[in-house]
Design a binder for this molecule. Structure first.
Ligand code: FES
Length: 126
């Protein structure tokens, strides 16, 4: 069996939503101290709905595929739904990841949660 699913390879080779959103409503950056990979997520939010999501990932192929899939999963969703996104959901949507690559999907969940925290902080300080 191949180590990586077709879905992982597709999102690694053709990542969706790469880049930066200027004046994003929420930005979250996280890193994994062990592997040194870094992920940054940008969210554009209107009326508590995520209208756009982009990412920059300096990391492994699984981290790139995870951020690509995770941003796809939350685009168009209410903030309340995006808050419940788990790394398991990202792994499932990618048709699985090898056990030693699960932490890459955790990074995607954390980056999105951090960007949503940033959104709430900015909103509450207006
Ligand atoms: Fe660390 Fe993939 S090896 S995020």
């Amino acid at each position: 069996m191949a180590l990586y699913s077709e879905m992982v390879m597709d999102h690694f080779r053709n990542p969706r939503n790469t880049g930066v959103i200027e004046n994003a409503d929420g930005v979250g950056e996280v890193g994994n101290a062990k592997c040194g990979d870094i992920m940054k997520v940008y969210l554009k939010i209107e009326d508590d709905v995520i209208v756009d999501a982009k990412f920059e990932t300096f990391g492994c192929g699984s981290a790139i595929a995870s951020s690509s899939m995770a941003t796809e999963l939350i685009k168009g969703k209410p903030v309340s739904e995006a808050l419940t996104l788990t790394n398991q959901a990202v792994v499932e949507a990618l048709d699985g990841l090898p056990a030693h690559k699960i932490h890459c999907s955790v990074l995607a969940e954390e980056a999105i949660k951090k960007a949503l925290e940033d959104y709430y902080e900015k909103r509450d300080n207006i």
